[in-house]
Design a protein around this ligand. Structure first.
Ligand code: PLP
Length: 305
């Protein structure tokens, strides 16, 4: 998806002009994939741009860094404030936000311990990741021939730049085969997640979503959806799923910051009823929650003013 530039990017403590947010070609993380990042959305609310679950995202960034033994030279609060400042400076009513922490220029080699850590936060306008009609018409999914990383290979709990080699291989394979998105199995053959979304499947009237142990990122949208589903009176739990569970699902959707709640209409050409009633109800609530329109979830929205 093409990027629409905004005026400024926060880099190492200050807002700089978009075109001046440059790095050296020998920047360490560019070579070895040892960066950590987040994808966050701010939505237009009646009180200005509201960043959805900002604190949770920044805390996950720090957890990703902890897994890599990377010391981010800022506090959680400082990066929350920096994110709000970046969104406010853009003047956009809503946007996608990309904070990234990476090993900078100055050291080369696999020992990251002596490396400096740089941090940048950019934001820009971004539409629906899986298409405008992903909720109404649903997306076509394919089980990938690529396996999700094992927990002892590339920890899926850490949102590292390097982890996304695996996701990109699967995404490209699915697109070239005429599908919209790939589903990743873990090394034991259980469903983990998509290339950038968590999966929810309805089986016997209950919603099930794979846990971190099966190779899924602990999605913030996944967590929001579980809360919303519970509040709507739906039975929902973390649980192990096989590909057959998907083929015979009563309904299925995927969710993530970028994709929001997107319905699934087929997996490996087995048709799935779409959009299902639970999917539609949850998507409606999610749509209101992110815009601060539901009192019950108002703490999820942090104003960028
Ligand atoms: C691999 C992967 N799984 C799941 C998700 C969904 O996570 P979240 O809802 O926190 O955006 C993402 C998006 O960040 C992702 O990249």
């Amino acid at each position: 998806m093409p990027i629409t530039p905004t005026d400024q990017i926060w880099m190492n403590g200050e807002l700089v002009a978009w075109d001046d947010a440059r790095i050296h070609v020998l920047t360490h993380s560019l070579h070895y994939g040892m960066g950590v990042f987040e994808g966050i959305r701010a939505y237009e609310t009646k009180n200005g741009p509201g960043v959805f679950r900002l604190t949770d995202h920044i805390e996950r960034l720090f957890n990703s860094a902890k897994i890599l033994m990377m010391e981010i030279p800022y506090s959680v609060d400082e990066l929350i404030d920096a994110t709000k400042a970046t969104v406010a400076a853009s003047g956009l009513p809503g946007c996608y936000i990309r904070p990234i922490a990476y090993y900078g220029y100055g050291e080369m080699g696999l020992n990251t311990l002596p490396c400096s850590v740089d941090v940048a936060i950019a934001c820009w306008p971004w539409g629906a990741y899986l298409g405008d009609d992903a909720l109404s018409k649903g997306v076509r999914m394919k089980i990938s021939s690529w396996t999700r990383h094992d927990n002892n290979t590339m920890p899926p709990a850490a949102k590292t730049t390097g982890n996304y080699v695996n996701s990109s291989l699967a995404k490209i394979e699915a697109l070239k085969a005429g599908y919209d998105e790939a589903i990743m199995l873990n090394p034991h053959g259980f469903i983990s997640e998509c290339t950038g979304e968590n999966i929810f499947v309805r089986r016997h009237g209950r919603l099930i979503t794979p846990p971190l142990a099966d190779g899924a990122l602990e999605g913030i949208t996944q967590d929001s959806v579980m809360t919303i589903a519970g509040d709507l009176g739906f039975e929902v739990s973390l649980g192990q799923l096989t590909r057959s569970d998907l083929y015979v699902a009563e309904e299925m959707f995927v969710c993530g910051t970028a994709a929001e709640v997107s319905a699934v209409n087929s997996v490996d050409d087995r048709t799935i009823p779409c959009p299902g009633t639970m999917t539609t109800a949850i998507a409606e609530e999610y749509h209101k929650a992110v815009r601060g329109e539901t009192d019950r979830y108002k703490d999820w929205v942090e104003l960028a003013t």
